[in-house]
Design a protein around this ligand. Structure first.
Ligand SMILES: *[C@@H]1O[C@H](CO)[C@@H](O)[C@H](O)[C@H]1NC(C)=O
Ligand SMILES: *[C@@H]1O[C@H](CO)[C@@H](O)[C@H](O)[C@H]1NC(C)=O
Ligand SMILES: *[C@@H]1O[C@H](CO)[C@@H](O)[C@H](O)[C@H]1NC(C)=O
Ligand SMILES: *[C@@H]1O[C@H](CO)[C@@H](O)[C@H](O)[C@H]1NC(C)=O
Ligand SMILES: *[C@@H]1O[C@H](CO)[C@@H](O)[C@H](O)[C@H]1NC(C)=O
Ligand SMILES: *[C@@H]1O[C@H](CO)[C@@H](O)[C@H](O)[C@H]1NC(C)=O
Ligand SMILES: *[C@@H]1O[C@H](CO)[C@@H](O)[C@H](O)[C@H]1NC(C)=O
Ligand SMILES: *[C@@H]1O[C@H](CO)[C@@H](O)[C@H](O)[C@H]1NC(C)=O
Ligand SMILES: CC(=O)N[C@H]1CO[C@H](CO)[C@@H](O)[C@@H]1O
Length: 236
């Protein structure tokens, strides 16, 4: 029952195999003598690895909202003895409180997503004989409006009556464009002025002086942010 002859030859085809060693204990109880006979047998196996293919990444959620949502990305691939490795752009993923790996690194979970998490994120799967890279995934993370600012040009403390001036409002938001709009109010919301990111006043006069407030709204998230400026106009 226990082997006494050992015959070894190289694994073939060599490129697709690794050698695995397994140890077995052979034991036989010899009742008549009252002790156990034992031998340790080592067997070497050629372990054939199936090359890596079909590496894909799937996200479990879309329409993520910055600071509110959590997303899990799962990497899957065909092949045997797979190792999973994640990248964020050209860097390795760094695990921290918000960024966790699980299921033997198959799954990447990002909690309270930030706009900077958008990626491209991708996974590299490898085994002893080959590797494969998933197509990159770019997360659409909705945020804003944030970093709102209001400037007036020309940039002077007081504008002369009769001059032209432009108030410009800017803010960061995703989605941008259609979903992101500006509202202007003059002197504490008494006058609704316009809906563009720029407000131009031709031939300014003293009655144009006052508080201007710009409010930016992200229509998809229904979030707003506002800021204001005091416009000064002097008589000539
Ligand atoms: C998961 O990834 C980490 C960091 O890349 C690595 O240290 C660890 O060995 C991996 N675990 C498994 C089971 O592959
Ligand atoms: C990806 O990298 C950016 C910096 O380039 C970092 O701010 C962000 O937190 C990273 N995201 C993840 C999920 O690692
Ligand atoms: C992936 O395989 C290619 C050859 O197919 C090799 O050049 C590269 O170094 C491998 N990368 C990793 C991370 O194993
Ligand atoms: C208008 O005048 C006030 C008080 O002098 C000043 O605080 C404010 O910055 C001025 N506005 C602008 C746009 O410079
Ligand atoms: C000042 O300009 C506003 C429009 O910009 C106009 O309605 C108003 O009549 C002007 N006032 C004077 C005193 O010119
Ligand atoms: C984000 O979460 C906060 C608190 O739970 C909630 O009040 C807010 O409406 C959420 N924002 C969006 C855009 O879903
Ligand atoms: C947007 O917010 C306003 C109040 O801030 C609320 O009255 C309105 O119902 C919200 N709309 C949506 C679509 O959530
Ligand atoms: C103008 O903005 C400042 C902060 O930038 C805020 O403290 C103030 O209440 C605002 N005033 C109005 C009239 O909106
Ligand atoms: C350019 C700039 O100021 N960016 C800031 C916009 O707001 C976000 C979050 O509120 C900050 O993380 C950025 O640094």
């Amino acid at each position: 029952m226990c082997l006494s002859v050992c015959y070894c030859r190289p694994c073939s085809p060599a490129g697709l195999a690794t050698v695995e060693q397994k140890r077995y204990v052979c034991a036989k109880r010899l009742h008549s003598l009252g002790y156990n006979f034992m031998a340790i047998v080592s067997l070497l196996f050629c372990s054939f690895l199936v090359p890596v293919s079909n590496v894909t990444v799937r996200a479990n959620a879309t329409g993520l909202v910055e600071l509110n949502d959590t997303v899990s990305l799962t990497c899957s691939a065909s092949g045997s003895s797979l190792n999973f490795h994640w990248f964020n752009g050209s860097n390795d993923i760094t695990v921290n409180e918000r960024v966790q790996l699980s299921d033997e690194n198959r799954t990447l979970t990002i909690s309270t997503v930030l706009r900077s998490d958008k990626g491209p994120l991708y996974c590299v799967v490898s085994n002893g004989v080959s590797n494969g890279t998933s197509p990159p995934i770019v997360l659409d993370i909705r945020y804003g409006p944030s970093n709102i600012s209001l400037t007036v040009s020309p940039h002077v403390a007081a504008h002369r009556a009769g001059s032209d001036l432009t108030l410009s409002c800017s803010s960061e938001s995703n989605p941008p464009a259609l979903y992101h709009q500006y509202f202007w109010t003059f002197n504490n919301g008494i006058n609704f002025v316009g809906m563009s990111s720029k407000l131009t006043i031709h031939y300014a006069n003293v009655s144009n002086a006052g508080w201007y407030t710009c409010a930016a709204q992200n229509w998809l998230l229904n979030t707003t942010s506002s800021t204001n400026i005091t416009l000064n106009v002097t008589r000539e």
